[in-house]
Design a protein around this ligand. Structure first.
Ligand SMILES: [Fe+2]
Length: 368
């Protein structure tokens, strides 16, 4: 807000008028600058003026043209027109252009003149106050926006670390439970590696790879909480045992569900035993209802089951398993994923040592 005397700019082509009006204004304690025409006003004016007084008839630029020029400058300084015994047309035109008030020329009543000038100065004060308030408000909004952004970042960091901690906790829990099941431990590790290999070969995004990794890592978590001692028994499974085994995708998905942040993983885990012909379990979904990540997991999961030794059957070698995948391509598996997989598995080298019998036996021995 401006302090001290008000700053007033007068334009009139009549030097006598300029001097008289200046003197009166100075007498009332204001600072005055003068111009002999509209051009002078436009050149001289800046945001430091509080009031402008314009004559209407001036040779270079009349009062109205000057007013238009001032409007373009957007200083928002109240303008008072000096009028003689003017016509109504002039008044209407001046008001339409945004004139604040009129001063009669010659000045006969000093009190009225003084009141009008004071009101114009007050108007200017309001304009400046409002401007200041708006600027403060904008600053405030900007500060709040920055604070909010920082809080959001912090929140995101917290939520990410919470997610990480939850996954770590689940991994530890899973590892602890897998100690009882030598086969599932190795299977989970290999399926995760195969899934990542295939995901990268298929050009999945970083986020899809993350989802796939988590889904693969926990895809059989349901097996660990239902009594599957039958998995380790020699010989074929009975119908009742199969019924129990078929529950593991649903149980696994139900374990993940309360976490709230692994929705896609939950879907993949629930459906990793579906077939694209709709003959899988638990929901009999068809190919168009399954996403690529789930289809990837069904392929790598089956491949590992085929190539792993089980108590009741001999394992297949790489070529035999790939042939089996092709035989079931289009019914059980998505053909293009089988294609990608068979091409990639030929050159695939697992992360150092994780697939070796020695590594798995070490895990098993360490858990004893
Ligand atoms: Fe499974």
């Amino acid at each position: 807000m401006r302090k001290g005397p008000a700053k007033i700019l007068i334009a009139d082509d009549d030097a006598m008028v300029r001097t008289t009006v200046s003197k009166i204004l100075e007498m009332f304690g204001h600072c005055v600058d003068t111009a002999s025409g509209g051009k002078g006003v436009i050149e001289l004016v800046d945001d430091s003026y509080d009031v402008i007084i314009l004559d209407i008839n001036m040779p270079d630029m009349d009062g109205f043209e000057t007013m238009c020029g001032l409007n373009e400058l957007k200083y928002d300084i109240p303008v008072l027109f000096l009028t003689g015994a003017g016509s109504m047309d002039y008044v209407v035109k001046a008001i339409n252009l945004g004139a604040y008030d009129f001063l009669s020329k010659p000045i006969e009543d000093l009190d009225i003149f003084n009141v009008k000038i004071r009101r114009a100065i007050e108007k200017r004060m309001y304009v400046l106050q409002e401007r200041q308030y708006k600027a403060a408000l904008e600053d405030d909004i900007q500060i709040k926006a920055i604070q909010l952004e920082e809080q959001n970042k912090l929140l995101l960091t917290y939520s990410n670390s919470l997610e990480k901690a939850t996954v770590q906790l689940m991994t530890s829990l899973q590892n602890a439970m897998e100690e009882k099941d030598y086969y599932t431990a190795g299977h989970t590790m290999r399926v995760t590696e195969y899934a990542l290999m295939l995901g990268v070969a298929m050009g999945l995004t970083e986020n899809e790879i993350l989802v796939l990794r988590r889904a693969a890592q926990f895809h059989d978590i349901g097996k660990l909480v239902i009594d599957l001692s039958c998995i380790q028994k020699p010989g074929k499974l009975t119908e009742d045992e199969w019924v129990l085994i078929r529950k593991h995708p649903t149980v696994g998905a139900n374990i993940i569900q309360p976490l709230g942040f692994m929705e896609r993983e939950q879907f993949i885990i629930r459906h990793h035993h579906e077939r694209i012909d709709g003959k899988g379990y638990p929901d009999g979904l068809t190919g168009d209802q399954l996403d690529d990540l789930t289809k990837i997991l069904t392929v790598v999961d089956s491949y590992d089951a085929m190539t792993s030794k089980r108590n009741y059957r001999k394992n297949m070698n790489l070529q035999e398993a790939v042939q089996e995948l092709h035989r079931n391509s289009g019914t059980q598996f998505e053909p293009n994923i089988v294609e990608y997989f068979s091409r990639s598995i030929m050159d695939f080298t697992p992360t150092k040592g994780v697939f070796t019998q020695e590594h798995l036996e070490n895990i098993y021995l360490n858990s004893q």
